[in-house]
Ligand binder design. Structure first.
Ligand SMILES: Nc1ncnc2c1ncn2[C@@H]1O[C@H](COP(=O)(O)OP(=O)(O)OP(=O)(O)O)[C@@H](O)[C@H]1O
Length: 240
């Protein structure tokens, strides 16, 4: 079956405790799937299992029908997975172009292909093209995040995992980053977005999963949640 999926997955960091407890979710191509839940509910852990930084103890991790639980992260990139991790991950003392080139794992034996792909991405993101030889540390937070997106796009992934894309960004840049995420789904990629900014994430969502204490609590179309979003969030925060 096409899609990226967790099926009945249990996972944890220490032998004695489980962080994910029988979680199933699916990320189809061309759609934005949003994963929300209170702090510590296991959202980032689910992303780690999907990208291969943590193995599932039980259950299946599927990429287009193939069980990839034992497949290392770099191989998953080759199979079509892209990751935008939480927090800043540009190298400030490298140029924008060099930062983008760092996503070239799939082109490591193809220098010409690598150069061509960097140029394609600079064409796609004119803001970065204008600053391609500038050190990434001198860019605004929004431009740094865009550089990270361009780096992720070097391998032209089918699925992208995005963790808290607006965190640490000034509000004026947040909207641009969400627009870019929308564009990724519009061009056919399967997007899995983990976000604390529930309202913002809902504006992009085609389908929503709610995690609580490592279990799937609810799932459905965003309309279902927007009607009672305040109620859901109040419940997390334990507001009476
Ligand atoms: N590297 C780690 N080693 C040990 N425990 C961890 C590690 N990362 C997360 N945990 C624990 O796993 C649980 C789930 O954390 P996770 O980061 O997946 O939650 P989250 O839903 O993404 O939370 P947040 O919204 O705060 O980012 C928490 O209890 C956390 O303390």
């Amino acid at each position: 079956m096409n899609g990226l999926a967790l099926s009945d997955v249990t996972a944890g960091y220490h032998a004695e405790d489980l962080v994910l407890n029988g979680v199933s979710l699916g990320v189809p191509k061309g759609r934005t799937t949003v994963l929300i839940g209170p702090n510590g509910s296991g959202k980032s852990t689910a992303l780690r299992v999907l990208c291969g930084l943590l193995s599932a103890r039980e259950g299946r991790v599927e990429l287009d029908g193939e069980d990839v639980n034992a497949t290392p992260p770099h191989e998953r990139v080759r199979l079509g997975l892209g990751v935008l991790p939480q927090g800043r991950s540009v190298f400030p003392s490298l140029t924008v172009r060099q930062n983008i080139e760092l996503g070239a794992w799939t082109f490591r034996r193809d220098r010409r292909g690598r150069r061509r792909r960097v140029e394609e991405l600079l064409d796609r993101y004119p803001v970065l093209a204008e600053r391609s030889e500038v050190l990434a540390g001198r860019l605004s937070g929004g431009q740094q995040r865009l550089t990270e997106i361009a780096r992720m796009m070097m391998s032209d992934p089918d699925y992208v995992l995005i963790d808290e894309p607006g965190a640490g960004l000034a509000p004026v840049f947040v909207q641009d980053v969400y627009e870019e995420i929308r564009a990724l789904a519009d061009e056919g990629k399967g997007v899995l977005l983990v976000d604390q900014n529930v309202r913002k994430a809902m504006t992009l969502a085609d389908y929503v999963y709610v995690l609580e204490l490592g279990r799937k609590r609810q799932e459905g179309s965003p309309e279902r949640f927007t009607e009672d979003l305040t109620g859901v969030v109040r419940e997390w925060l334990r507001i009476e």
